[in-house]
Design a protein around this ligand. Structure first.
Ligand code: SAH
Length: 196
């Protein structure tokens, strides 16, 4: 099997593992009733679609067909190994954040009945560790897919979701939790401990 085939398969396995990991958490979260869904709107759905295009659809087309071929470059072993390591770290972090937020998780911006603010464990390091995990996934995609369009598509797609969403999410959390979230914001950075 070629190195390129191995790399594409590693990417696909990572993506499938991501969705499988989420299933039990999604079940639990669905049973929880929603208190504030004002931010579950067309804007947020559009952002989710853009992110899915970049992390899922565009790289899947490339992995299956090689399109766009003109944007491809030769792959290196170091790149593939690094990509697999980063994807494993992303999955581990993703799982830890789901475990921490539990039933209060939602794919769009929502506040649940009896929503509990989490500020300990992985959430003591940064305010948005699940988004950190998505950035690591996008970085793994960049490393695993040697194509100037399909590789960076995840960083662009998820980057758009993140930057257009994160301010609104923090606003929503401040409305729901008041001073408790303000304090939490003072103590923590968004996605990279100590930096941003
Ligand atoms: N931004 C967080 C969570 C993403 S999931 C992260 O990256 O880890 C999005 C949902 O998580 C939001 O609808 C919000 O209700 C909830 N949420 C965000 N931060 C939270 C926190 N610190 N504690 C509990 N729930 C949180």
């Amino acid at each position: 099997m070629s190195l390129l085939a191995i790399s594409k398969i590693a990417w696909a396995v990572g993506v499938v593992a991501w969705y499988v990991l989420r299933i039990p958490f999604q079940r639990k979260a669905r049973r929880q009733s929603v208190k504030d869904a004002r931010h579950r709107n067309l804007r947020d759905m559009t952002l989710l679609t853009i992110s899915t295009l970049g992390l899922g659809v565009i790289p899947a087309i490339y992995a299956a067909t090689g399109w766009p071929a003109a944007a491809s470059y030769p792959i290196s072993t170091v790149q593939v190994v690094a990509g697999i390591i980063v994807f494993i770290c992303a999955l581990r972090l993703f799982w830890a954040t789901h475990k921490a937020i539990g039933k209060d998780w939602s794919v769009t911006l929502e506040i649940k009945e009896q929503h509990k603010l989490v500020t300990d464990g992985i959430y003591a390091q940064v305010r948005h560790p699940m988004y950190s995990a998505f950035f690591l996934w996008a970085l793994a995609q960049l490393l695993l897919l040697p194509n100037y369009v399909a590789g960076p598509a995840g960083l662009v797609g998820f980057g758009i979701l993140f930057f257009f969403r994160v301010g609104r999410e923090e606003q929503m959390m401040r409305e729901a939790f008041g001073a408790e979230y303000d304090d939490y914001m003072r103590r923590t950075k968004r996605v990279i401990p100590g930096i941003y």
